[in-house]
Design a protein around this ligand. Sequence first.
Ligand SMILES: [Zn+2]
Length: 221
Amino acid sequence: MQAAMAMARLKPKTVRFDTGVGGIPDLTPEDIAAGLAGCKPGPVYLGLYKYSGDYTALIPLEQHVFAHIGIQAYAQKIFDDQKYSAVCRYMNQWIKCTPARRADALTEQERAWCKTLHQLVRLLVDDVVYENRHRACGGTGFYQGRICTGCGGTGRKPSSGRDNARFLNVEKNVWIRHWQPLFERFVPMLQSWEQTVLRHLQRKLYDAKEAELRQKLALVR
Ligand SMILES: [Zn+2]
């Protein structure tokens, strides 16, 4: 997949330096932004943040992840009415597109829970952006023809429960019981957003150029 390969060379931290130092990458941030036109907002912000070095995309990316978790976890009955309501009010205050209403107020406890969820969102974003690839299997999930035991076939470097608990500012047993299952449930969502980004860029940037080239070659013949 050409897009995936080109993207691999455009890691978020390198893109600015690459262009600055004079090495011109295959794709400019503008190419990537243009290539993402027509994608759903979640994948667009992920693509912009991860591949075009657009750091302003981080906040809307977090907001979309947060909202999607809220909606899906509520639909799957992981969040009850009260939690979902807290998610909605937290979102309202976060986006601040309307003046805060008294009805949007969060209790101390709700706010603390939403902040922990927000940290979980950041963990999920980091996971997909910085790709904690498992070294032994190179992120494939397979090692010597079998499911990789080191990462359990996920292809990701096993993350430390203690580090994650600290990042969320919760006790380790609370991380394991409440937050880790939620984290694991939503990793595939972010991965599917990434696949959408790569498919889109492949189609828009490479397939179109290839077709153009083929047409030109046909004319020469
Ligand atoms: Zn592995």
